[in-house]
Design a protein around this ligand. Structure first.
Ligand SMILES: NC(=O)c1ccc[n+]([C@@H]2O[C@H](COP(=O)([O-])OP(=O)(O)OC[C@H]3O[C@@H](n4cnc5c(N)ncnc54)[C@H](OP(=O)(O)O)[C@@H]3O)[C@@H](O)[C@H]2O)c1
Length: 266
């Protein structure tokens, strides 16, 4: 196995394990390390590193997948190894800026990425922003790595908090709406099993329909909602309640929260 196709992942929780599955699927070699040894018990195809030092020694590309609050201590821990081995470091921590890494690890090659939880099914959309010392080749490698879990878009770092508010938090908003639909189905008398099947299949069907379309969502709404019909009755009611304004305000709250978290760490 070529060393170039080797990635080390620090933090083997929700995202770290999802990314490693995607990488293994595309036949990358993956080293993983987590301070919580229980998470690494049932490993099959990955190499489990005994320490961050070991992982950095064997991996030219390191993905940092620990919670934002754990980043400062982790950077202290890996500082020396990164200085010696000069890996490309990729952080997926929400709200931790490139500057934060560059100030703590001199000469670090850092790329910040914002994927989402759909990485678990290789259906993420990951936005990537390179640091000052990153080369075009490094960017290509980061793209290749994150293509293993879905689509990749290169973007300026200043947009990343906005990405967090839309596609980072987005699966949670979708589940919220699904949950509301599910509860409505229950109150109409459907059993839990039927209500759940109905909601899931409705979402899946709706997404499959538009997946390859370039038309605006508003045109798809028109295809479902005929004037005076059932869908239109619900949509008109929501319009009167100014639901769209509420949703947009919610997104803004998420964006401001991401910015606030970012500023706190500077
Ligand atoms: N979840 C999402 O939807 C999502 C989406 C986009 C980006 N992200 C970002 O992805 C990162 C990880 O999120 P997650 O949901 O995967 O978190 P998680 O499930 O809590 O996983 C993080 C893992 O890292 C371990 N860890 C913490 N500090 C460590 C250290 N110094 N060395 C080794 N392991 C360490 C944690 O151990 P303990 O259990 O002992 O704490 C935990 O097992 C976060 O920064 C988050 O902002 C998450």
């Amino acid at each position: 196995m070529r060393r170039e196709k080797t990635v080390g992942i620090i933090g083997f929780g929700n995202m770290g394990s999802a990314i490693s599955e995607g990488l293994l699927f595309k036949e990358w070699r993956v080293y993983v390390y987590d301070r919580n040894k229980r998470k690494l018990r049932e490993k099959k195809k990955y190499f489990v590193s005994p320490s961050t030092d070991h992982l950095i020694q064997y991996s030219p590309y390191i993905i940092i997948a620990v919670k934002p609050q754990d980043i400062p201590a982790l950077l202290e821990e890996i500082k020396e190894g990164v200085l010696i081995h000069r890996p490309l470091v990729i952080s997926i921590a929400a709200g931790v800026s490139i500057k934060f890494f560059e100030e703590r690890l001199p000469k670090i090659k850092i790329i910040r990425v914002m994927p989402n939880l759909a990485a678990k099914k290789r259906e993420s959309i990951s936005f990537i922003s390179p640091g000052r010392l990153v080369s075009l080749k490094d960017i290509e490698i980061a793209k290749e790595i994150f293509k293993c879990i879905g689509e990749v878009v290169l973007i300026k770092e200043s947009f990343l908090d906005k990405v967090t508010a839309i596609s980072g938090s987005g699966p949670g908003y979708v589940y919220y709406f699904m949950d509301t639909l599910y509860k409505s189905a229950l109150s109409l008398g459907f059993s839990r099993i039927v209500a759940m099947r109905m909601v899931k299949k409705t979402f899946l069907g709706a997404i499959t329909l538009i997946k390859d379309s370039r038309e605006d969502f508003s045109l798809w709404i028109k295809k479902v909602a005929s004037p005076g019909g059932t869908t239109q009755a619900a949509l008109d009611f929501w319009k009167n309640c100014k639901l769209e304004r509420l949703v947009r305000r919610g997104i803004k709250k998420a964006y401001l929260r991401a910015r606030q978290l970012n500023l706190k760490k500077k």
